[in-house]
Design a protein around this ligand. Structure first.
Ligand code: NI
Length: 129
């Protein structure tokens, strides 16, 4: 599914929107609220250590289990239904041993791999596609 740009109110089923997601770590924008995007992603394995200098990043786990690793060996274990906000400026690395479905809320300016470029980095154009 792709986001409506008509400005006209539409409704969609969030879980069903994941049917269109085929690649891991490739977020798709499903809605915009003011200056924030709601994105969905299927993830498995690990993304990359990165930070977002000026932006917090919200993770909501719809299916599965995600481990958010932080500098210094700290980690937050996120199971289905849990919400976690990664604070701006903090180095983090999301890891999932099995497929996990994640809902993200982040500023439209946020690069999902933050300050680093990796083979998994996706442009915002790709995320809107
Ligand atoms: Ni991040």
């Amino acid at each position: 599914m792709s986001m409506s740009r008509t400005g006209f109110a539409e409704a969609f089923d969030l879980a069903s929107a994941f049917d269109a997601v085929t690649d891991y770590w490739s977020p798709k924008v499903v809605a915009q609220v003011n200056d924030q995007y709601m994105k969905i992603a299927k993830v498995k394995g690990e993304l990359a250590w990165h930070s977002h200098r000026d932006e917090d990043e919200l993770f909501y786990i719809l299916r599965g289990h995600l481990r958010m690793e932080y500098e210094g060996g700290r980690a937050v274990e996120l199971t289905e239904g849990m919400v976690h906000v990664v604070p701006k400026g903090v180095l983090h690395n999301p890891v999932a041993s099995e497929e996990c479905w994640v809902v993200l809320i982040e500023a439209v300016t946020t690069r999902h791999t933050g300050d680093v470029d990796t083979p998994l980095t996706r442009s915002i154009e790709d995320q809107l596609g």
